[in-house]
Design a protein around this ligand. Structure first.
Ligand SMILES: Nc1ncnc2c1ncn2[C@@H]1O[C@H](COP(=O)(O)OS(=O)(=O)O)[C@@H](OP(=O)(O)O)[C@H]1O
Length: 311
């Protein structure tokens, strides 16, 4: 390990491929600029900060954009750039230079959140969950496409166990989710709005309304509808697809942040065996949690034991 406890690691997937990550103080982060990863520890929170928190691929960009428009009080503002507000991916002085109120986001586990955020409890947090099976599929595609960061060429069948065991950047979905649930329970004075990707899909207008209320933004029906329209999957995909920063990093026509935007795509990827294995681990790991209520006992994979991975 290097002097400052930071090193690039290549995590083997069991099928002969590796996933690149950054190990910092024993924890796995994406291979972002080390200075921005370290910046999580020294981040200075402001009373009017809004921070979207989610395990990767849970709808962060969607809700982040909603929050941004609500805070701006209008929808004719330029779409965010990739580097605008992710705490662990933006250098501290760039974050510091942003004008208030800042709409930020992070995928940090509860215990790794900036110290000030947890001690001062001054900012507003929006915590999103998503069905971990959809997260796994989305994360696989993310790792495969973002070559610059992950350099991963593995197949779904070899990636699946990595996801289950948390051998990926940001580590285990199960630990992340349990940690946040417990952290929220133990800190009743944290200002947190809890939602889910599925609820956002099912009743977007209502969810945006709740979000506006949480943020203390007065928003009439017309404005809520405008925000819903502007942040629709198709609109965000089309707008961000034109964003050169994203394209260059993704090496693809459309950024991987906007792949399918559906609930239940996992059914096209999981084999029956994977589905059963997932259920077993999920039940062991998520006993008596909110996530268990939301995501267990759902219909299992309807397809045969086929692997429809390379789409
Ligand atoms: N507007 C909108 N509506 C519905 N769904 C959306 C939207 N924007 C992004 N997405 C989908 O969310 C997934 C990406 O999640 P994140 O933004 O959390 O990704 S990241 O970890 O921050 O890279 C990713 O999911 P998958 O399509 O399943 O891969 C995106 O397509």
């Amino acid at each position: 390990m290097s002097a400052n406890d930071m090193e690039i690691v290549y995590l083997p997937d069991g099928g002969g491929n590796t996933l690149k990550a950054l190990k910092y103080k024993g924890r796995l982060w994406p291979a972002f600029d080390p200075e921005s990863i370290k910046g999580v520890e020294t981040f200075k929170s402001r009373d009017d900060d809004v921070i979207v928190v989610a395990y990767p691929k849970s709808g962060t960009h969607w809700v982040w954009e909603m929050a941004r428009l609500l805070l701006a009080g209008k929808t004719d503002v330029p779409m965010i750039e990739k580097d605008d507000g992710m705490i662990e991916d933006v250098l501290p002085d760039k974050l510091e230079a942003q004008t208030s109120p800042r709409a930020l986001n992070t995928h940090a586990h509860f215990e790794l959140m900036p110290k000030e955020v947890l001690s001062k409890k001054n900012c507003k947090l929006i915590y999103i969950t998503r069905d971990p099976r959809d997260v796994a599929v989305s994360y696989y595609n993310h790792h495969r496409k973002l070559v610059e960061y992950y350099d991963y060429k593995g197949q779904w069948k070899d990636y699946f166990p990595m996801f289950l065991s948390g051998k990926v950047d940001y580590e285990s979905w199960f630990a992340f989710t349990r940690g946040w649930e417990q952290g929220i329970k133990d800190n009743p004075d944290l200002k947190v709005h809890v939602t889910s990707y599925e609820a956002l899909h099912e009743n977007t207008n209502e969810e945006v309304k709740n979000l506006a209320e949480f943020l203390g933004v007065s928003a009439d029906e017309a404005f809520i509808s405008e925000v819903v329209k502007k942040t629709s999957f198709d609109n965000m995909k089309a707008s961000k697809g034109k964003n050169e920063t994203y394209k260059e990093k993704d090496k693809s026509e459309v950024p991987i942040m906007y792949r399918k935007g559906k609930v239940g795509d996992w059914k096209n990827w999981f084999t029956v065996a994977q589905s059963e294995q997932f259920d077993e681990i999920f039940e062991q790991e998520m006993k008596e949690t909110r996530a268990q209520k939301l995501y267990s006992n759902q219909k299992t994979c309807s397809s045969q034991d086929s692997n429809m991975n390379e789409k």
